[in-house]
Write a protein that binds this ligand. Structure first.
Ligand code: MGD
Ligand code: MGD
Ligand code: SF4
Ligand code: MO
Length: 705
């Protein structure tokens, strides 16, 4: 045994930073960011990977439900029995209702190809993920402007002179590499402008902070566009060469002056004008980040679209310090790896969520998960009958778990493949425990960028319990279901070798750094000739989007002012803590210690009126749902909003640390499964309003009555 050093990829959140892991026998003794890419840096969650391994409150062998759904009576099973059981039930569903009645969902990301191959291999088109509560609006906004999705560009933040973030809390809701870039940019004298309804870790580093009224980002962005045009602060040449329908934009923004926007958002007009003066001299090295998680307001799609348009006005495309086309192996004159899903025929059936045929303006890729609930309740276009969730917890991820349960009760089979007891897992029929990222290998994937690379995760340890890696789980299920030919490799080494074959590389090429760079220097396209690079219907950057027009939707949507919450009510804003990843780290022994529960941020004046002081228990109530947490009274949040960190209020009794600690924002969002932005496909989670009162409840009681 002895000591080992292994190149791997962190799995504590979905960012998947490259890491180096040291082990001694069966112990992990050290984890750090890959020194070649991250100079050793790691976040608190990444370091707590060691505590994940030691966490005893996780499933350590397959479990099959005995009592009613959610009753918490489980029978421990061998893998043989559990896989036979799942395959038998899936087979019955497929025979009776067709393969399309199976939905397979996973967390997306670089390794999703395996899950897609399994889902399509079964014959189901219903491969899906979490994204309608995350980045779908931003993705579709990007697609409507450039014909390229959210990941079509990378932002050269380190070299930019001014970074503008609308609610992108980049230093707390983090990616290590990106956070380091922001700090480098600030060290080099770059500026930061931050827009939020509250002050944050990122905002306190900003040169300019706009504290806006909740839901008014679109107004601020329109005011900025108007002012940029008024000051002539845009790249005329770039616009003339690549942009379609620019005059439509000029006409559209006429009423949205900086003065108007300032009044609408509650900021100072002079600040907007001074800001535009700054960027006029700094462009093209100015980046308006289009947002990441913008499943928030009913116009978040259009707000993101306006931010993309501001980038175009800056002419920041394919320049240092701007946004750069993400390059793949082909751009370096190299061959790509083989993909598993590439070997599987496309299923013939239409998607049950309607994406691709009923909703033609959405990217058909992973569809929109929440729309499957409609199919379950209506049986249209056909009734789904089985749901397999891999690294995905719909009851934390999607609003209104109660409504979800009612729809899921129409299904014959719910399977959770997870490293933890997720809220969904607790309600499901079978839990198949996956080995943690430190105990499993993953397929090789491509990471696109100015310098694309192949990445891989290798196990640092053998599984410490009776758990298995995902490839093995899906391969053994596939064999039982007669689709073994799509996952034919009996070892990861064989699979990797097959993936690498066309590239001429071997596994040893990953030994030196843990990844393989496909070029030495960043690849830049010729900015004077970007023809063919924009994949819109017109081939141009589209102010009026062909895709949206065909879908019967406006491209330049007139602004509608968000309603002020009525007396005693607040808009429920939410976000992340730097030390937690959604709901799945709140029971981690170390991270729980750092942040055991969430609090409700409330504006000091509003709190005073409610008789609430710092640390008081408050009830947060919405439409029949509610919870009790401590108040955090502060001047640094807009009076119309209250705020809490997402991921708390868990209800799995086996997770003793997290059990009923704090409140789950998603449970307050009653009816929000149906609040979809018709243009962006994202849910409008921040349209939820709550009331707050001093709590008369016994704060020590942890169960809901
Ligand atoms: N109300 C509200 N809703 C939200 C959000 C919010 O802030 N507020 N945030 C939204 C956003 S941005 C996102 S991305 C989604 C995230 O929601 P999800 O996509 O559900 O993602 P996670 O919470 O990251 O993880 C889901 C599950 O993966 C499991 N898991 C972790 N590591 C592994 C592993 O290695 N293998 C396996 N098999 N499982 C693993 C975890 O235990 C957890 O149960 O939620 C969205 N929904
Ligand atoms: N530590 C940590 N990092 C993460 C994650 C994690 O779970 N933990 N998850 C990753 C994932 S999946 C995602 S999607 C990203 C999300 O990255 P972000 O979108 O940057 O993160 P959030 O914390 O969800 O939200 C940011 C801010 O939006 C603000 N906000 C609310 N309403 C408004 C409004 O009307 N206008 C403006 N301008 N701001 C508003 C909130 O106050 C909050 O501070 O983070 C990623 N990084
Ligand atoms: S941001 Fe932190 S938790 Fe997420 S992958 Fe990177 S190191 Fe791991
Ligand atoms: Mo996300």
């Amino acid at each position: 045994m002895g000591k080992k050093s292994v190149w791997s990829i962190c799995g504590m959140c979905s960012v998947r930073c490259p890491i180096r892991v040291e082990t001694d026998g069966d112990e992990v003794t050290w984890i750090e960011g890959n020194p070649h890419l991250l100079q050793g840096a790691l976040c608190a969650k990444g370091s707590a990977g060691m505590a994940l391994l030691k966490d005893e409150e996780r499933p350590f062998q397959p479990l099959i439900r005995k009592g009613g759904r959610g009753a918490g009576r489980w029978e421990k099973a061998s893998w043989e029995t559990a896989l036979d059981y799942v395959a038998g039930r899936l087979d019955a569903v497929i025979k009776k209702n067709g393969p399309e009645s199976v939905i397979v969902s996973c967390r997306g990301g670089p390794f999703a190809d395996l899950v897609k191959a399994f889902c399509h291999g079964l014959g189901s088109p219903n491969f899906t993920n979490h994204d309608s509560t995350c980045g779908r609006n931003v993705h579709h906004a990007s697609r409507s402007v450039y014909g390229l999705g959210r990941k079509g560009f990378v932002y050269d933040i380190a070299k930019c002179r001014h970074l503008i973030l609308f609610g992108r809390n980049i230093l707390a809701s983090l990616r290590i590499a990106e956070a380091n870039q922001v700090l480098d940019m600030l060290d080099a004298g770059g500026k930061l402008t931050y827009v939020d309804v509250r002050q944050t870790l990122t905002g306190i580093k900003a040169d300019r902070f706009f504290q806006v009224r909740p839901g008014t980002d679109y107004a601020l962005a329109l005011g900025m566009i108007n002012e940029v045009l008024r000051q002539g602060a845009y790249d005329r040449e770039f616009v003339a060469r690549y942009v379609k329908d620019f005059t439509a934009l000029e006409e559209f923004v006429v009423p949205y002056t900086a003065d108007w926007a300032a009044a609408e958002c509650g900021v100072k007009p002079a600040q907007i004008k001074a800001f535009v003066k700054d960027i006029a001299s700094e462009r093209p090295r100015v980046i308006f980040h289009p947002g990441w998680m913008l499943s928030r307001y009913k116009d978040s799609f259009y707000a993101s679209r306006a931010l993309h348009i501001l980038n175009v006005l800056m002419g920041n495309i394919e320049v240092e310090g701007g946004q750069i086309f993400a390059k793949g192996p082909g751009d370096c004159g190299r061959k790509g790896i083989r993909t598993l899903s590439g070997q599987v025929p496309k299923p013939a059936a239409r998607r049950a969520d309607g994406v691709g045929w009923k909703y033609t303006h959405f990217d058909p890729g992973p569809g929109l998960f929440h729309l499957f609930y409609d199919a379950m309740l209506t049986g249209e276009p056909y009734p789904p009958k089985a749901l397999v969730c891999i690294r995905h917890d719909p009851f934390t991820c999607f609003p209104d778990p109660q409504a979800q349960k009612e729809a899921l009760d129409t299904l014959d089979l719910l399977v959770s493949v997870d490293t933890h007891y997720s809220e969904f897992g607790w309600y499901s029929d079978v839990i198949l425990p996956e080995a943690t990222y430190l105990e499993r290998d993953s397929i090789i994937a491509v990471q696109k960028g100015p310098k694309p690379r192949f990445i891989m995760r290798r196990r640092a340890l053998e599984p410490q319990h009776d758990t298995k890696g995902l490839y093995e789980i899906l391969r053994q299920l596939g064999e039982r279901l007669g689709i073994g030919r799509y996952l034919p490799f009996s070892s990861m080494e064989d699979l990797w070798a097959w993936q690498l074959e066309p590239t001429g590389l071997s596994l040893q090429d990953f030994d030196e750094k843990g990844f393989v760079s496909l070029c030495d220097r960043p690849i830049m396209f010729d900015r004077a000739n970007l023809d063919g690079k924009f994949k819109t219907p017109s081939g141009k950057i589209e102010i009026v989007s062909g895709i949206l027009t065909e879908g019967g939707l406006p491209s330049l949507k007139p602004y509608e002012s968000p309603e002020k919450p009525s007396k005693g009510r607040f808009r429920l804003a939410f976000g992340r803590s730097p030390v937690h990843a959604h709901g799945h780290t709140v029971n981690n022994p170390l991270l729980h210690e750092l942040m055991p529960e969430n609090t409700l941020w409330i504006n000091r004046r509003k709190a005073a009126r409610l008789g609430v002081a710092e640390g008081d228990w408050v009830d947060v109530l919405a439409d029949g749902a509610g919870g009790t947490i401590k108040a955090h009274v502060t001047d640094f949040i807009h009076p119309e909003a209250v705020y809490m960190v997402h991921g708390f209020g868990r209800q799995v009794p086996f997770q003793t640390r997290a059990y009923h600690a704090g409140v789950a924002d998603q449970k307050l969002m009653k009816g929000f499964l149906r609040r979809m932005d018709p243009a962006g496909g994202g849910l409008c989670l921040c349209e939820c309003e709550v009331t707050v009162r001093r709590s008369p409840k016994n704060p020590k009681r942890r169960v809901e009555l």
